[in-house]
Design a protein around this ligand. Structure first.
Ligand code: GDP
Ligand code: MG
Length: 202
């Protein structure tokens, strides 16, 4: 059983130049369209109510937020420190076009240059698995990820799907994980997959 036993806010930065050095620590980046449940998931996995703000106004946050976390493997007492990185939601329609392109340029630049990133967690709303924006994000990640970087697609809000729909999604995307923040489903599994990747077990 793997748990995150410590979690704290580290820093918010506006761009890659301002990002902390973190030379020795792996980073786990969380990316999603606005409103998919990214902040909720960060709070769920860290068991903190308000670590990442759960906003009802999508697209408000444009900073890159870093959190320090410690994973504990309860089976053998092993600990791993890492950084969780909360990226601004992408593809939010109400942002003006010029802001949007600057913002996305900034983000793509950030992602492609950041060698500390060990894992990209791409959150996708389980009700909308085929959006163009998610497809282009997935393709982009495949392009830029090097051999030491992993990509993990995670479907969120599966409480909104019935068993049949969940089954169909699993069949189509056998390598993805499925979670619900609301019902706390799939959370332990997600944490243990992240841990295995950080620990070099995958
Ligand atoms: N039904 C359901 N709603 C969720 C879940 N996770 C988040 N939400 C809701 O979705 C909205 C957006 O969540 P938030 O975490 O702020 O998304 P973010 O914009 O991706 O950070 C909020 O109203 C959350 O309460 C989930 O697993 N199931
Ligand atoms: Mg958020």
């Amino acid at each position: 059983m793997i748990e995150i036993i410590e979690a704290g806010f580290m820093i918010s930065v506006p761009n890659v130049k301002a990002a902390p050095l973190n030379e020795l620590q792996d980073e786990v980046v969380f990316m999603a369209r606005s409103n998919v449940g990214k902040s909720s998931l960060l709070n769920t996995i860290t068991k903190r109510k308000n670590l990442a703000k759960v906003s009802s106004t999508p697209g408000k946050t444009r900073l890159i937020n870093y959190f320090d976390v410690t994973f504990l493997n309860r089976d053998n007492g092993e600990r791993i420190k890492a950084k969780l990185v909360d990226l601004p939601g992408f593809g939010y329609a109400k942002v003006s076009k010029s802001i949007k392109s600057d913002w996305e340029k900034n983000l793509t630049q950030f992602i492609s240059k950041r060698k500390q990133i060990k894992l990209f967690v791409h959150l996708i709303d389980a009700r909308h698995p085929d959006l163009e924006i998610d497809r282009s994000v997935a393709e982009y990640l495949e392009q830029i990820a090097d051999e030491s970087q992993y990509i993990l697609p995670v479907f969120t809000k599966i409480d909104k799907l019935n068993q049949k729909e969940i089954g169909a999604l699993k069949k189509r995307f056998p390598d993805s994980l499925m979670i619900s923040n609301l019902k706390k489903r799939g959370i332990d599994k997600l944490i243990s997959v992240i841990y295995s990747i950080l620990n070099g077990e995958v």
